[in-house]
Design a protein around this ligand. Structure first.
Ligand SMILES: Cc1cc2nc3c(=O)[nH]c(=O)nc-3n(C[C@H](O)[C@H](O)[C@H](O)COP(=O)(O)O)c2cc1C
Length: 355
């Protein structure tokens, strides 16, 4: 049973032909100056039958880059590159939003082609290792704790990124508030040990994401802005205790901004019914993700627990995932050794069913 997956829906201003969303996936195929490449144009074009594509995490500034060959959205060259991606996806009748991802302290310096500060709420290094250019896990840099008077300009960088995404013809943006990157570093009391209005009590720790979402909404309209959370996710050395105490107030505060959606990576934690917690604190559309199959995804929609679903890994080797689900065709398996090589192989060479 998959029919619910094929009901059209609008998430804010994002009108989708079906409820199958491609989840954001970093694939390390950007070119010099972090400009999207023709490989990326082709990759996203192939997957445009998704009701909505959420692009790979894209840095709003030089400081936002932590991984090798990730794209940016702060220079004209990058905007022009993304415009080709948007045109290709729209040409196939698809829609796309850009995930705005600032790595904060999760940075391996060699992954950048330039020198730039590594910034975080507090000068506390991420205890987890991160892949360097050769894929080898490497210790991260010790970040510089942000000064209070730097915060307004940092928030504006995100708003400018949203404007740039729209200038490229992209339909909207998704703020990455998950997985231990900069926004999550502010939300989390282990990585955020600030003593000003941006740290400490939960009202202060949620201030940064809410301010960014407000600024993005002012810049491009709230109905084109979504955000992604992963309550209880320990990735990148954040504390997982009591996620509801942080995320319920965050959702409540974001609820007033008229945003397009919240996208949750449901960690399936004992003691946290993530979808119920979100429904109780958020009145907008919910996209759910993590380990879903066509049947389980359809069941969540049929039960009214979410409005749309996203698939990550299934889209890697199945550019025609939507058609395969519709036709009940078996899914191909990705070659995980080719995820981050920078090459065409293992990226744009997965055939459609029957090809
Ligand atoms: C190769 C790869 C890269 C990913 N990159 C990102 C990313 O840039 N931003 C993000 O929010 N999640 C990222 N994720 C997480 C996925 O969006 C998704 O949450 C995860 O794969 C679980 O969904 P799935 O079970 O359908 O694969 C990535 C996952 C994979 C496999």
């Amino acid at each position: 049973m998959t029919e619910k997956l094929f009901e059209p829906i609008a998430l804010g201003a994002l009108e989708m032909a079906n409820r199958i969303i491609m989840a954001p996936m970093t694939r390390d195929r950007a070119g010099p100056h972090d400009v999207p490449t023709d490989l990326m144009v082709e990759y996203y074009r192939q997957r445009a039958s998704a009701g909505l594509i959420v692009t790979e995490g894209t840095q709003p500034s030089r400081e936002g880059k932590g991984y090798w060959r990730t794209p940016g959205i702060y220079s004209q060259e990058q905007i022009d590159g993304w415009a080709k991606v948007a045109e290709a996806v729209h040409g196939e009748g698809g829609k796309l939003v850009m995930q705005i991802m600032h790595c904060g302290r999760v940075v391996v310096a060699d992954n950048r082609e330039y020198d730039a500060d590594v910034i975080a709420p507090s000068a506390i290094a991420c205890g987890d290792k991160v892949p360097g250019p050769d894929g080898v896990p490497t210790a991260t840099a010790i970040p510089r704790g942000l000064e209070t008077d730097e915060m307004p300009a940092l928030i504006q960088e995100f708003a400018q990124a949203a404007k740039n995404a729209r200038a490229a013809g992209i339909d909207g943006v998704e703020l990455h508030c998950a997985s231990g990157y900069l926004v999550h570093q502010f939300l989390n009391s282990r990585s955020n040990q600030r003593e000003d209005q941006w740290g400490g009590a939960v009202e202060n720790r949620i201030r940064f994401p809410v301010a960014i979402l407000q600024a993005m909404a002012d810049a491009i309209g709230g109905n084109r802005v979504g955000f992604r959370i992963s309550p209880g996710n320990p990735y990148n050395d954040v504390d997982v205790n009591d996620p509801e105490a942080t995320f319920a107030p965050f959702l409540k505060a974001a609820n007033d901004l008229g945003l397009a959606y919240v996208h949750v990576v449901d960690m399936g934690l004992e003691g946290l019914e993530a979808l119920s917690m979100i429904r109780d604190n958020w009145s907008g559309p919910i996209i759910t993700n993590n380990g879903l199959k066509a049947d389980s995804a359809n069941a969540i929609l049929a039960a009214g627990r979410a409005e749309a679903v996203s698939f990550g890994r299934a889209f890697i080797a199945n550019p025609d995932l939507v058609e395969r689900i519709r036709d009940g065709v078996a899914l191909a398996k990705p070659d995980y050794t080719k995820l981050y090589t920078g090459e065409a192989e293992g990226y744009i060479d997965y055939p459609r069913a029957g090809e």
